[in-house]
Ligand binder design. Structure first.
Ligand SMILES: C[S@@+](CC[C@H](N)C(=O)[O-])C[C@H]1O[C@@H](n2cnc3c(N)ncnc32)[C@H](O)[C@@H]1O
Length: 275
């Protein structure tokens, strides 16, 4: 029973459990790219972050992000929208440092903004579409001083550029890098999610990833797949949103991603931990 609780059945990690993903993530060091030693040290640092910084993400989410950054073939920097206390940002800062990129961190650092009635609740696709708890103003507030100090202690502060403010004011060409290789967007509210995709997608380079941590929320799905946005603004069909409504596995139920450009099935496979 104890073993099952740890995601193991009879000594072997259960498929898609954190223990299983961790083993696969290290084994991927045998492919060309980042080797086992680097991958083991990333796991060690990520686990310290998980123990010390409060977070709305899972340990498996961190491993998926690491495999994406290590395996993607795309030019540009990394962008995070939605930071809270800085756990996912600390992990991304380590990945940015290793791969020689910058991490741009966008957040109000005052928590969620006040929303309209239509956005204050959402439906959770995995929980029989129950309402999720209201997105109240100030929820997930992470003070910028606390976030910086967390990243200083557990991440790589040198890789980071901080952009404080509500997205309606900050997500613009002055603050965003011209070329984005990966964006991690964890913002809960449908209107925030729409602002993020509208400003980030055009700057994402070929082979780059737009990773959402909100794909379990039906209103968010609606907003980032909005027909008018894709047809009239981006002038393209929305690409497949991998994980929509389900996530990448039970241990990463809120994470999904788009890949930019004309890419092959082989490329998508190469981005996954279980290749
Ligand atoms: C769920 S938390 C992020 C969790 C974080 N990624 C972690 O590792 O725990 C959502 C974040 O989105 C931010 N946010 C949501 N909408 C925003 C907006 N319109 N402008 C600025 N920040 C926003 C909130 O301030 C909050 O920090």
């Amino acid at each position: 029973m104890k073993n099952i609780l740890r995601g193991r059945i009879f000594g072997k990690p259960k498929r898609d459990s954190y223990a299983y993903l961790k083993r696969k993530f290290v084994e991927n060091g045998d492919f060309p790219g980042w080797d086992r030693r680097v991958r083991k040290s990333v796991i060690k640092r990520f686990e310290i972050i998980d123990r010390n910084i409060k977070t709305a993400t899972t340990s498996s989410d961190g491993l998926f992000l690491a495999e994406f950054v290590f395996s993607m073939k795309a030019d540009g920097d990394i962008v995070e929208c939605g930071t809270y206390a800085g756990a996912s940002a600390a992990k991304l800062s380590i990945l940015a440092e290793i791969t020689g990129r910058k991490l741009y961190i966008f957040d109000s650092f005052e928590g969620l903004p006040e929303t309209g009635k239509e956005d204050i609740t959402d439906f959770h696709a995995r929980r029989n579409s129950q309402w999720v708890t209201p997105w109240e103003k100030g929820r997930y507030r992470g003070d910028i001083g606390e976030v910086k100090s967390n990243i200083e202690k557990y991440g790589s502060i040198e890789a980071c550029v901080f952009k404080k403010g509500f997205f309606s004011k900050t997500l613009n060409s002055i603050n965003l890098p011209g070329k984005i290789a990966l964006a991690f967007v964890d913002v809960d509210i449908a209107s925030s999610a729409k602002m993020c995709i509208a400003s980030i997608w055009p700057r994402l380079t070929a082979g780059g990833l737009y990773v959402s941590h909100d794909i379990a929320y039906l209103k968010v799905l609606d907003s980032i797949l909005d027909k008018n946005l894709w047809e009239s603004v981006f002038h393209e069909f929305p690409p497949v949103l991998f994980g929509a409504g389900f996530g990448l596995c039970d241990a990463s139920p809120h994470m999904g991603f788009f890949v930019k450009g004309d890419i092959s099935g082989e490329y998508i496979k190469s981005l996954m931990i279980d290749k």
